[in-house]
Design a protein around this ligand. Structure first.
Ligand code: FEO
Length: 384
């Protein structure tokens, strides 16, 4: 259902409770939202479209807000299909609309929609303005947050930042009654945008001079209170700093012996009152430990030697971390191998090009933990 955010600004987005994997890989137990907005002024602008499965609801929402009026502009902040899928139908329903977007966004329309040949368009770049009446859009280039064509826009009358993917979160808006959920926002951030910290930092610097009262992302809630909190998280995450000093233990275990070492380690951390979270990588979607590892300052990888390498889920985790510029962490490794433990060497090799990693003791287990290992694990809890 559409609703009026403030005088003349409407939310016309949709909630998706049917999707199993966002972007074909991220489980989203609370669903997903695809947001779209309308500003109704002397000129009418619609901001982005929605996912392909929600076109009817989307056009009904537009109709409910505009009645028989037709939009003057369709502003394209981002061409990824979760926001652009209805462009072709939009042009059929509103053939006189002018599409507003970056040069790259306008070029991508033809790539996605073979049937779209001619349309009215205005190409905008960083710093350009579009007057709608009392509302005025100020465009901010945000390349690689999350694709190269991305623009944000700041509407100066209402002090609203239309932030494209930034400040989004996993979860349908009607499933997340407590508002912006930091864990799901972080899992979304590190999953979708985590590789592009430098580019997010560049946009945050551009936005720092703006008086922002509200953030309208393409996913999740409209953010109106405590904006400093959300911006602080984005600043931390995009600069690869940790939220706190706690520990993440990521482990794999084939027959339970490496798990017993982890459980012993956990018992010692409990005794010492140290905060940690543990993930059995074979039994969790890796987007959860990826996000938690980036959020906290210390990580312990515990894994088995496997085919002269490391257990596949651990290799996959480390690959995903490195793809997202894993850095600035304290790292320890617990390796297990019955005749030729190699996991620590493999992990160190995988991490050799990552910046600012501080390695603590490696604990080597031969098949199952012994007294010496127990002492080493206890020492590790003190050192880390
Ligand atoms: Fe929500 Fe990058 O698309």
């Amino acid at each position: 259902m559409p609703y009026e955010i403030e005088d003349g600004i409407f939310h016309i987005g949709v909630n998706d409770h049917n999707i199993d994997l966002f972007e074909g890989q991220y489980p989203i137990p609370n669903g997903m939202s695809y947001n779209s907005y309308i500003i109704k002024d002397e000129k009418i602008a619609v901001f982005d479209t929605v996912d392909q499965n929600f076109k009817n609801e989307y056009f009904n929402n537009i109709k409910e807000v505009l009645g028989d009026l037709a939009p003057d502009y369709l502003v394209i902040h981002h061409m990824e299909p979760d926001h652009s899928a209805a462009i072709s139908e939009f042009l059929k329903i509103y053939p006189n609309v002018t599409i507003v977007g970056s040069k790259k966004a306008l070029a991508m329309i033809g790539q996605f929609f073979e049937d779209v040949k001619d349309f009215k368009s205005v190409e905008v770049k960083n710093g350009d303005k579009l007057e709608l009446g009392k509302h005025c859009l100020n465009f901010i280039a945000a390349p690689m947050v999350h694709w190269p064509e991305v623009m944000m826009s700041y509407e100066s009358e209402s002090k609203t930042l239309f932030s494209a993917d930034a400040f989004g979160e996993f979860g349908a808006r009607d499933s997340m009654e407590n508002g912006w959920d930091v864990s799901e926002a972080a899992r979304y951030y590190f999953g979708i945008v985590g590789k592009f910290g430098v580019q997010v930092q560049a946009v945050l610097k551009k936005a720092a001079s703006l008086d922002i009262k509200r953030i309208c992302s393409l996913h999740g809630h409209v953010l109106e209170n405590d904006l400093e909190k959300y911006i602080k998280y984005y600043d931390l995450w995009s600069s690869y700093k940790s939220e706190d000093d706690s520990i993440v233990i990521a482990y794999t275990s084939v027959y339970g012996n490496t798990k017993k070492a982890v459980e012993y380690l956990e018992s010692k951390l409990d005794e010492k009152g140290k905060k940690y979270k543990s993930f059995d990588l074979s039994r969790v979607d890796l987007s959860y430990p990826v996000s938690e590892i980036f959020r906290h300052s210390k990580v312990i990888f515990a894994t088995t030697t496997y085919n002269g390498d490391i257990f596949p889920f651990m290799r996959d985790l480390i690959t995903r971390l490195c793809e997202r510029n894993f850095q600035n962490k304290k790292v320890s490794i617990i390796e297990n191998g019955t005749w030729a433990p190699t996991a620590a060497r493999v992990i160190q090799k995988l991490l050799e090009n990552q910046k600012n990693l501080e390695f603590f003791d490696t604990v080597t287990i031969k098949s199952s933990i012994n007294e010496s290992n127990r002492n080493q694990l206890e020492e590790l809890t003190d050192k880390i």
